[in-house]
Each structure stands twice: as C-alpha cells, then as structure tokens.
Ligand binder design. Structure first.
Ligand code: SF4
Length: 222
C-alpha cells in the first residue's frame, strides 16, 4: 500500500464539503433550512430520526409539524394522535409519549420555550447526547459534537480517533477536533457516510481523502 500522508482535518473538511454537494443534506440541517430551527423542533425531529432513515424521518417530522410544531400545540395532542402522525418512524409507539411528555414539561417548566441548556435536554426520556448536541448545535449555534453512526464510523476509519463507541468517539473528538468544526462534522459526515464512506464496501477508490485516510478496519471496498 502507498504510504499515506498525515491526516489533515482542514483539508479533509474542504474536500468532503465539495464531495457531498450532489447529495441531500443531513436531515436536521435540511429541516433547519426549511424553518424548523427552534431547539424544540430540532430535538423532536432528532427523536423521530432515531433508528430511522432520513428518507422516512424527514417527511414524518414535517407531517407532525404541519399539525403541531410548538410545545403548547403538541401538548394539546393525545398520545394516540402523535403516534398516528409519526407512525412511519421506528419505535413510534415509544417516541409518541416521549414527545408528548417533553412538550408538556416545556410548557409547565419553561414557559413554552425549550432553553438551550444541555442538562435540561438530557433530562428528557428518549434524549441522549447525540440528539441533545445536535439540537444545541443546529438550533442554538452552540459548539457541541453530535456523533451518530456515520460520524463514529468515518472518523475511526480515518484513524483520526480510535474509539469503540459513539460516546467515546465524541469524547475523543472533543479533545482533538478544532472547535469551528464541532457542529460542521455532523453536517459533513452524515451524507459522506451514507454515500461514500458507506458501512459496507466504502467507495475508497474514488474517495477524496484516500491519500490521508488510514482505512482502519476496511478489508474490502469499491
Ligand atoms: S478512503 Fe475509504 S475508508 Fe477512508 S474515508 Fe474514504 S471511503 Fe472511507
């Protein structure tokens, strides 16, 4: 194998930014551009997206928000109605009461507006670091790294971090990734991981960062 040059994250970001142009944006960023950019909307959309393809979670989030998009509005819906509105997404029967409970708490405790407060977001059932960080990053502009399966897989294949779980990858990235890329990394690596550095048979032969990627764990590729 040809010797690789050291991984340059600035160059990788620039190259990947260009490479993902033809592909749809990551779901939360797409929704934000459509105007669903409040912390509450971003958090609810992220819950809908858990274990659900973007192709399903995007129209499902839009479907719910067309009917109700504020905590006050959603708190007025019956759990069964929320369940029916989000029924296309995975685990909708579990997510519906979680969404209803979040809306109710935001109304009761925060005057109807979800604050940009990580502790508050993490206190809701159904919300983990991935969704809390993504909502804070996209809706609040606060620097947090959201590590989903794509960010975890790609940054470990690069050899940029070496971590066994998304949570550990997040910690490793916080120690190494320059802060200006903390929100950006999810925006870039979701489409990059879906279409280029795919779970099986990544497209290494045409990948723009092949020259510096260590291809950790990649045994076969396109
Ligand atoms: S060279 Fe292969 S493993 Fe590395 S980022 Fe590109 S597609 Fe992924």
């Amino acid at each position: 194998m040809r010797r690789k040059k050291p991984f340059q994250v600035d160059e990788a970001v620039r190259l990947i930014h260009e490479a993902i142009r033809p592909w749809p944006k990551a779901a939360m960023f797409e929704l934000a551009e459509e105007g669903f950019n409040s912390p509450f909307e971003q958090l609810i959309a992220c819950i809908i997206s858990i274990r659900t393809y973007d192709e399903v979670s995007l129209p499902t989030a839009r479907n719910l928000f067309t009917r109700a998009r504020t905590p006050a509005d959603i708190s007025q819906l019956a759990i069964e109605e929320i369940d029916a509105l989000i029924r296309e997404c995975s685990f909708h029967e579990r997510k519906a009461p979680q969404i209803r409970a979040i809306a109710q708490r935001v109304v009761d405790e925060f005057g109807g507006a979800l604050p940009c407060d990580r502790e508050v977001l993490l206190s809701f059932a159904g919300v983990g670091p991935k969704c809390a960080n993504l909502a804070l990053g996209v809706a609040c502009g606060e620097p947090f790294i959201s590590v989903d399966v794509h960010v975890h897989r790609v940054t470990n294949r690069w050899g940029y971090v070496s971590a066994s779980t998304p949570e550990r990858t997040m910690t490793a990235l916080e120690a190494k990734l320059p802060r200006p890329y903390w929100i950006e990394i999810n925006r870039l690596l979701v489409p990059f991981g879906k279409h280029i550095c795919t779970g099986s048979l990544p497209r290494c032969s045409t990948c723009p960062v092949l020259g510096m990627c260590q291809q950790v764990g990649v045994t076969t590729h396109r």
